[in-house]
Design a protein around this ligand. Structure first.
Ligand code: FAD
Ligand code: NAP
Ligand code: FMN
Length: 788
């Protein structure tokens, strides 16, 4: 049958259709010869025929994901067959008409073909007098078109999504991109935007929007990613309105992910006129970073350039000092300025305002209860790519070994298996892991508060218009909330103490808690010493203030979210495409109150054994791209400086340079500066490093053992020893410098060492040397991957 049909088509093309095509070719000076066309048609038709005939092409294409990507509509096999038949009809019908027109019967076809093939292109006479399409062609084309339209119109409707009983999830039910319309509808006049990565700016935004109520105003916190920021100039339509921006800075002075689009828009919005927009900015940053509070400063300056009215000075929060105190002090001065500007007065009502109401579930199917998922319910049981911050991949741990040979600390090397996840990474990227809190701490909290942690609850936002329906995925149990979702180990912020104070039955405790939350010098000092310096977490506070027994649901409402932890990937995807390596040091320290505090993620990772009672241990993770990249040209020399766990990304870099060498590529000088306490104790990856040096992958390996002699020896001391060579590499050979590890002291000291080298060998002043290094940074030739 197939053969017959092919023959039929062949005849069709070689008889009627070819005349026209040849004529067309001649008219348009195109090569549409019999041979060319035949071979082209054959290729196409032999491919298409099976699909047309058996009506399976949809299913087949579907399986090769090309159509999946194009998101083509689903359709039934019948519809496909109908379509195939229409084309079939068109071919046959057209063939018959053309044959008829040139006066042929079926039996004469073969001779015509022969004649046609013998013809040398002079047979233009019959076609020039014939129109390209006959009336029957038009009818057939119409039939086909109608059928195609019918096919699309009647294609299978998507299955209706089954309706579930309205169970609140983390996903907002309504997404409104117009904040102006929302503010008008809900009578709000203050909007607090936040650019936040790890939740602090978001928390501050929530506090400011809550504050507004005390001044007879109504505020809302807003994620700039969720709203159309182009509406900012319209805020003046709302009387006495104000936009507050709480903006954190990351990377090389970059915005947070959720503020990236806003930042891009601001940069391109030269034509915007923000006259009438009242605004203020509170910047969150850390002085140890090169670009201190760059994002907050930029937003503040840019809005002024666009003619908005700054109603209060830019606030600067330093996470290296006391960010909370910076914020509280700024806020204390900010609200009176707002009152003055708008001519309003504080109501004096300082009562605690709940944002969420508690609902206890007694007969809920446990399949509908969150058990630690970050996004979709049951996403850990039913893993589906793509994996990201809202849908982490459960990566099995395949290696977990101690790296240090001695000492009290535990430094570890972990390998996570990402096979089958479609996760891709590059050397220099970060892996984010979602840890859980120590169950012992969670149980102790339950005991101190005297509650059953396994009650299933939801905390529902009282503001039905809010995009954030719950503080964490709900419904869930208190145990899951305290284990997976809430930060119970960092010292609580002052707003938490303020809100909890009402539950202290001892007036002295109540007074102290309120004092610590105030901006009085005495209160600040008390908060600093009793909470921060003493490293008291919420459990320690409850233990040391026996009269304070808050309801657990209010506590859960107030505690910040437990954050993912980042690790610099210690492997190269060229060598380990299916594994991600981590090098980390376990955090554990004694507090002035005699307690031992343990880092959440590192202690949890430490206990992630490869096999846990026959089960694979897994880690919920995703990849965060970074700018920390090897030079594009392998011939460029690289200088890597990474003491302690700062070695992590350089293990990836070294693997990658070794791989390039093995591929026969020419690889430039590869210089490593590593530092640790003792050669015999914490010389991390000693074997690998020495082997790389022996094989020539590392052309120089310098190790500073800080405590193996009386005087400390650090990486920067070795850098200065080798200054002449380093200057040549940087200044003459275009070397790229990389620094990783401690942001607080090491990164700054190493930078100073390079300033000094530029001064000495470049004949520069300190200012010129600083500019020189800054220029290298701008060009991507001095990169830092640092944390504190
Ligand atoms: C981009 C990036 C890359 C990183 N890469 C790595 C890496 O490759 N390897 C690595 O080990 N870490 C890395 N980190 C750090 C890592 O993300 C975690 O912060 C670290 O592992 C601690 O996490 P934790 O949950 O165990 O500790 P947490 O529970 O977060 O406790 C840490 C906190 O405890 C407090 N603390 C710690 N020590 C003391 C002390 N002695 N006295 C008083 N308080 C103390 C501090 O407040 C500190 O912030 C990176 C961080 C970032 C941002
Ligand atoms: N936020 C967190 O919880 C957390 C957790 C882990 C690590 N970190 C940060 O990451 C850094 C690295 O930690 P780590 O345990 O891997 O390193 P580490 O073993 O403590 O230090 C590595 C080497 O760097 C030396 N060093 C100290 N100060 C230096 C300086 N100013 N310049 C150059 N070298 C210096 C150390 O010397 P000496 O010790 O002998 O002085 C040691 O020899 C830490 O400093 C810390 O800031 C933070
Ligand atoms: C990896 C990393 C990079 C950072 N880079 C900068 C920076 O370039 N400039 C700065 O001022 N602060 C920097 N910070 C500090 C953060 O901005 C600060 O901790 C802030 O409070 C975080 O707010 P968030 O919790 O809302 O994300 C950085 C912090 C981290 C962890």
């Amino acid at each position: 049958m197939v053969q017959g049909f092919v023959q039929c088509l062949q005849c069709y093309y070689q008889s009627g259709c070819l005349y026209r095509l040849r004529a067309l070719g001649e008219r348009h000076n195109m090569d549409l010869t019999v041979e060319g066309f035949q071979s082209w048609m054959w290729k196409g038709l032999t491919f298409l025929l099976p699909f047309l005939f058996f009506g399976h092409f949809w299913q087949l294409f579907n399986s090769i994901s090309l159509f999946n990507m194009a998101q083509l509509p689903d359709c039934t096999e019948g519809q496909v067959l109908l379509c195939g038949l229409c084309f079939h009809l068109l071919f046959l019908g057209n063939f018959l008409t053309t044959s008829r027109r040139v006066g042929l019967g079926g039996g004469e076809l073969q001779s015509i073909i022969m004649a046609d093939q013998a013809a040398d292109g002079d047979q233009t006479i019959p076609v020039t007098s014939e129109p390209l399409f006959s009336s029957l062609d038009y009818i057939l084309i119409s039939v086909v078109l109608c059928s195609v339209i019918y096919w699309f119109m009647s294609r299978k409707k998507p299955e209706p999504i089954p309706e579930f009983r309205s169970l609140e999830t983390t996903t907002p039910t309504t997404r409104e991109t117009s904040f102006i319309e929302k503010m008008k509808r809900t009578n709000k006049n203050i909007i607090v935007f936040y650019g936040s990565q790890t939740g602090t700016a978001e928390e501050f935004a929530n506090r400011l929007s809550k504050d507004a109520q005390r001044y007879g105003m109504k505020g809302m916190a807003a994620d700039p990613e969720e709203y159309s920021m182009g509406e900012l100039s319209r805020l003046s339509e709302i009387p006495n309105s104000l936009a507050i921006f709480c903006m954190a800075t990351y990377g090389e002075g970059d915005p947070t992910d959720n503020a990236q689009d806003f930042y891009d828009w601001l940069q391109e919005s030269d034509d915007e006129d923000m006259t009438g927009l009242n605004y203020t900015v509170f910047a969150l940053g850390n002085k140890t970073y090169e670009h201190y509070n760059a994002m907050g400063k930029y937003v503040d300056k840019r809005l002024e350039e666009l003619k908005a009215t700054r109603i209060f000075d830019l606030g600067m929060g330093d996470d290296d000092g006391n960010l909370e105190e910076d914020f509280v002090s700024w806020r204390e001065r900010f609200w009176p300025a707002v009152c003055e500007h708008f001519g309003v007065e504080a109501s004096g009502d300082d009562a605690s305002i709940r944002q969420y109401e508690l609902k206890e579930h007694t007969d809920l199917n446990m399949n509908k209860v969150y058990s630690g998922e970050i996004g979709r319910l049951k996403s850990f049981d039913n893993q589906k790519p793509p994996f990201d911050s809202k849908n982490p991949f459960l990566a099995p741990v395949t290696v977990n070994r101690k790296l240090n040979k001695g000492g009290e600390r535990h430094l570890m090397h972990l390998e996570l298996d990402i096979s089958g996840s479609k996760i891709r990474y590059e050397s220099g990227d970060h892996v984010a892991v979602f840890p859980i809190n120590d169950p012992t701490l969670v149980n102790k909290l339950g005991q101190v508060l005297g509650v059953d942690l396994d009650v299933v609850i939801s905390l529902n936002n009282l503001d039905e218009e809010s995009n954030k329906k719950h503080p964490f995925p709900c419904p869930t149990t208190y145990r899951t909330a305290l284990t997976h979702y809430l930060d119970i180990t960092n010292s609580p912020r002052t707003n938490v103490l303020y809100e909890l104070a009402q539950y202290a039955s001892d007036p002295k405790d109540q007074e102290n808690m309120r004092k610590m939350a105030s901006s009085s010098p005495e209160g600040k000092a008390l908060y600093q010493s009793w909470v921060l310096d003493a490293c008291r977490n919420i459990l320690a506070i409850l233990e040391d203030m026996p009269s304070l027994r808050p309801p657990i649901d209010h506590l859960c409402e107030l505690l910040p979210r437990l954050q993912a932890r980042y690790y610099s990937i210690a492997s190269s995807s060229k060598v380990h495409p299916n594994h991600i390596h981590i090098c980390a040091v376990v955090v554990e320290y004694n507090t002035p109150t005699g307690r031992t505090n343990k880092g959440v993620a590192t202690n949890w990772l430490k206990n992630k054994l490869v096999s846990d009672n026959g089960h694979k241990s897994t880690v919920p993770m995703y990849i965060r791209k970074s700018q920390f990249r090897l030079p594009f040209k392998p011939t460029n020399p690289v200088i890597m400086v990474g003491p302690g766990t700062g070695i992590a990304p350089f293990m990836g870099f070294i693997q990658e340079r070794g791989w390039l060498k093995k591929q026969g590529k020419e690889v430039g000088e590869t210089v490593m500066y590593f530092g640790c306490r003792h050669r015999e104790e914490d010389y991390l990856y000693q074997e690998e490093l020495e082997e790389a040096a022996q094989s020539g992958v590392l052309t120089q390996l310098h190790v500073a053992f800080s405590r193996d002699q009386e005087q400390k020896v650090y990486v920067q001391h070795l850098i200065k020893k080798n200054k002449e060579n380093l200057w040549k590499m940087v200044h003459t050979d275009n070397a790229h410098i990389y620094v990783c590890g401690d942001a607080r002291n090491m990164a700054r000291d190493v930078q100073t060492a390079f300033h000094e080298i530029a001064e000495e060998f470049g004949g520069m002043t300190r200012t010129q040397a600083t500019d020189y290094i800054k220029k290298l940074m701008t060009k991507g030739r001095y990169s830092q991957d640092v944390w504190s």
